[in-house]
Design a protein around this ligand. Structure first.
Ligand code: GLN
Ligand code: ZN
Length: 780
């Protein structure tokens, strides 16, 4: 009999109870016990619902107060010196200090910069993206002393679940090799770090065995990335070591997010009792299995339903896949499971009351996946007839969806199909365009601007909350927003910025704002997914063909332009970012959706142009993070993402209209050709934290277009001084011609306070004035 299994369940709570509990704890309004109690209730609910759906292998230790990699850091006792940790177990305050810094700022919760650790004045562990998801983990530091077991979390949760369920759950651990490869500040060869960790892992396995664990799931998702031979040998070292330990549970080595590909032989050859594979991301594992077979002595964890995307599974197709796998692997040695932890899915669909029924029908969140796993396991074990009713009902939903005009829009499809090569290029080359733009805009050297948003004060937030609740009228709300916009324009004029922004007060989130207005995209009420710590995001869902029923930003931007003679930037979110920060369709390739979004944006760009807007910024902060995990797949991704940006900014866009884009990072070396290929007239980028890196990219690669390397870090509360910014500009001018350089902060100002923003911008404008007045660099 095949078993059903889960890799992990959402842990923030159905209504984000954990978020509230820990945030109250941080602000001193909750006791540690309150947090412990909330956490325990969340775990109980998760185990209860899995049990109810008959899941055989229920995970434990998948829960976390903040992050499961941080939990593993504590488990291994690798706490960096700066946290002054010197007891036997990591306490909750040390734990949160590592997560947030000892004096974290409180208004960082909405920042979309992806680098929230930098908001704190005391240094937290670095936060970075978990593979290609929107989840972020804390980076282990391997110069933090000798590992020792310094947490009893897995044992406590194991006992708790065992008591609750009346059977042994399956503890989940981040594997030793993945922990090392995701870490930094290594002080010796990785094999030696691994040798330090293995005794701790062995101790944990032995304790779990004593507590009654039959299986343990050890996650090694780094096995799905490109690995060197040396790295591959780490897995052999690790699992030969752990396997030789006699007192231990059986090991399910779990991979996810991609196929094993070149690491197939390594993974399959490891002396463990089970191997978990992702059969959703692509067909590569499926084909490898057919070609290579599978060891007779191992259990195969067959990840057949999507742990990362929200579409209901077609159960007929999934069952076919399972039956095919069962031709290679005996059913008794199969686990039916999701492709990854369900951490990356919203909790459950029942909470969504406003979603269109056509859309709701085709969705499955974490809770709905449980039923899919139940049906599939039963179908595999007992035959299709045993689940006939479920299969038929499921098929009917898919048949109906095919007919939905909300999902399939003939016009949008025709439009995207009729795009020709010419639609991806502007009328004239950059050199000619920039001369025409300059004739219209008449900007000084080193023009100054901002990235777009200005502080979203308490007042702005509370007005929006009132409006959403219906306690103020549309008119009151928009009057208020216009007043704020007017004010911020006046302030920008007063300090002497050259290209102004309207402030984005009417936008909560740069993707949600557009998703609300585009057809084919839906926003949810409660579909929260953990991004990092207590921060959750509610990604919109692209459920069908995307098009723009009416202008989205033109009224506001035109109003803003009327307030000033200076150029006002139209402000849009780019197609790749809208797509990457949403749940995407599975029935068409992502490039098609990107192009549909691009065409909707193109209409907006040309409407803005018609309304007299001469500078239009199309933000693409998520371009880089969409890079596939496997390097050989990157070129294709960059190709279609660049094309979708160009599609949004070319046809009908006059040479005189200046297209800007913005990205919140400076790691450009790998993608600089793609950045250039965007053909944006001006790009503003993060730079203040990674100045050297950025400049290196431009030293190695001659860049022709205009660029604003951020002159100060918006994530720091400090007001930057003029001299530092002048110096930064001078350094930039050594690798870039002066006429290409713009002066701007490195990201939006939304999460900052007005008290810092205005003095900072004033100093920035002064820096531009000063450098304009100086002799060109290199002249004596
Ligand atoms: N225009 C956006 C802002 O200023 C850009 C946000 C971002 O880079 N993530 O807020
Ligand atoms: Zn940014």
């Amino acid at each position: 009999m095949a078993q059903s299994s889960l890799l992990g369940y959402p842990r923030i709570g159905r209504k984000r109870e954990l978020k509230r509990a820990v945030e109250r704890y941080w602000s001193g309004k909750n006791s540690e016990q309150d947090v412990v109690n909330t956490a325990s209730e969340i775990r109980k609910a998760a185990w209860g619902i899995q049990n109810k759906h008959g899941i055989d292998q229920i995970p434990v230790n998948d829960f976390s107060y903040y992050d499961h990699v941080l939990d593993t850091i504590c488990l291994m006792g690798i706490v960096p010196e700066r946290y002054n940790f010197n007891s036997s177990k990591v306490d909750i305050d040390t734990y949160f200090a590592m997560a947030r810094g000892a004096a974290g700022k409180s208004n960082d919760a909405d920042c979309s910069c992806g680098n929230p650790a930098s908001h704190s004045s005391v240094s937290a562990l670095e936060l970075t993206k978990w593979f290609d998801t929107n989840y972020h983990y804390l980076v282990p530091e391997f110069d933090a002393g000798t590992p020792k077991l310094a947490s009893d979390k897995p044992f406590v949760e194991f006992d708790e679940a065992k008591k609750e369920l009346g059977k042994a759950p399956k503890p989940v651990l981040v594997g030793p090799v993945t922990l090392i490869l995701l870490g930094k500040s290594h002080t010796k060869p990785l094999a030696e770090h691994l040798a330090d960790l293995l005794p701790i892992y062995a101790e944990i396995l032995s304790k779990l065995k004593d507590a009654g664990a039959e299986w343990v799931q050890i996650d090694e998702p780094t096995l799905v990335e490109d690995r060197t031979d040396e790295e591959r040998s780490l897995y052999q070292q690790a699992y030969a070591g752990l396997a030789s330990q006699s007192n231990r549970p059986k090991i399910m080595l779990q991979t996810y997010f991609e196929s094993l590909n070149g690491n197939w032989d390594t993974a399959v050859g490891l002396p463990v009792e089970g191997l978990g594979l992702d059969f959703v991301r692509n067909d590569e594992n499926r084909e490898a299995l057919k070609k290579n077979g599978f060891p007779q002595d191992k259990v195969l964890g067959a990840g057949v339903v999507n742990g990362r995307n929200v579409w209901r599974s077609n159960l007929n197709d999934k069952l076919t896949l399972l039956e095919e796998i069962a031709q290679t692997v005996d059913k008794d040695r199969m686990w039916v499971q999701p492709s990854s932890s369900l951490l990356h899915l919203p909790h459950d669909l029942d909470l969504e009351e406003k979603l269109d029924q056509d859309v709701k029908n085709i969705l499955a969140f974490a809770q709905e996946r449980l039923e899919e796993i139940r049906v599939l396991t039963k179908g595999l074990n007992e035959g299709r007839n045993a689940v006939k009713a479920e299969l038929d009902a499921n098929q009917k939903i898919f048949d109906q969806a095919m007919k939905s005009t909300r999902i399939y829009n003939a016009q949008a499809q025709e439009r995207v199909a009729s795009v020709t090569e010419a639609d991806f290029s502007r009328n004239s080359p950059f050199r000619e365009r920039i001369a025409r733009q300059q004739a219209v805009l008449k900007l000084p050297e080193y023009p100054t601007t901002t990235i777009g948003s200005f502080p979203q004060t308490k007042e702005v937030r509370s007005m929006r909350a009132k409006w959403k609740k219906g306690s103020i009228s549309d008119q009151e709300y928009w009057n208020f927003m216009r007043e704020r916009t007017k004010e911020v324009i006046k302030q920008q004029e007063d300090i002497g910025l050259d290209v102004l922004a309207h402030g984005e007060f009417e936008r909560t989130d740069m993707v949600e704002f557009f998703a609300e207005k585009l057809e084919g995209m839906a926003v949810t009420e409660h579909a929260w997914v953990q991004s990092y710590g207590s921060r959750c995001v509610r990604p919109p869902i692209v459920y069908g063909d995307v098009y723009r029923p009416e202008p989205m930003t033109v009224d506001m931007i035109a109003f803003a332009q009327q307030q000033t003679d200076k150029p006002m930037k139209g402000m849009l979110t780019g197609p790749v970012t809208i797509l990457n920060w949403s749940f995407e369709r599975e029935d068409i390739p992502p490039y098609q959706t990107a192009n549909q979004i691009a065409l909707a944006l193109l209409d907006e760009v040309t409407d803005l142009q018609k309304a007299g807007i001469r500078v239009i910024q199309v933000d693409e902060p998520a371009l880089r993070e969409g890079l596939p995990l496997r390097s050989r797949k990157r070129e294709e991704y960059l190709d279609w993402s660049v094309r979708s940006f160009r599609l949004a900014t070319s046809t009908g866009v006059d040479d005189e209209t200046q297209i800007h884009t913005h990205m919140c990072y400076a790691e450009f070396n790998e993608i600089i050709a793609a950045i250039e290929a965007l053909d944006a007239d001006v790009i503003s980028v993060e730079n203040s934290r990674s100045h050297a890196e950025l400049l290196q990219a431009f030293t190695d690669h001659k860049y022709e277009r205009h660029i604003g390397p951020g002159v100060y870090d918006v994530h720091s509360a400090q007001v930057p001084n003029t001299e530092d910014m002048v110096e930064m500009l001078q350094r930039s001018s050594k690798v870039l011609p002066e006429e290409q350089i713009w002066v701007n902060p490195d990201c939006g100002l939304k999460t900052r306070g007005n008290e810092e923003v205005w003095p900072s911008l004033k100093n920035m404008v002064d820096a531009a004035k000063e450098i304009r007045a100086r002799q060109p660099v290199g002249a004596d």
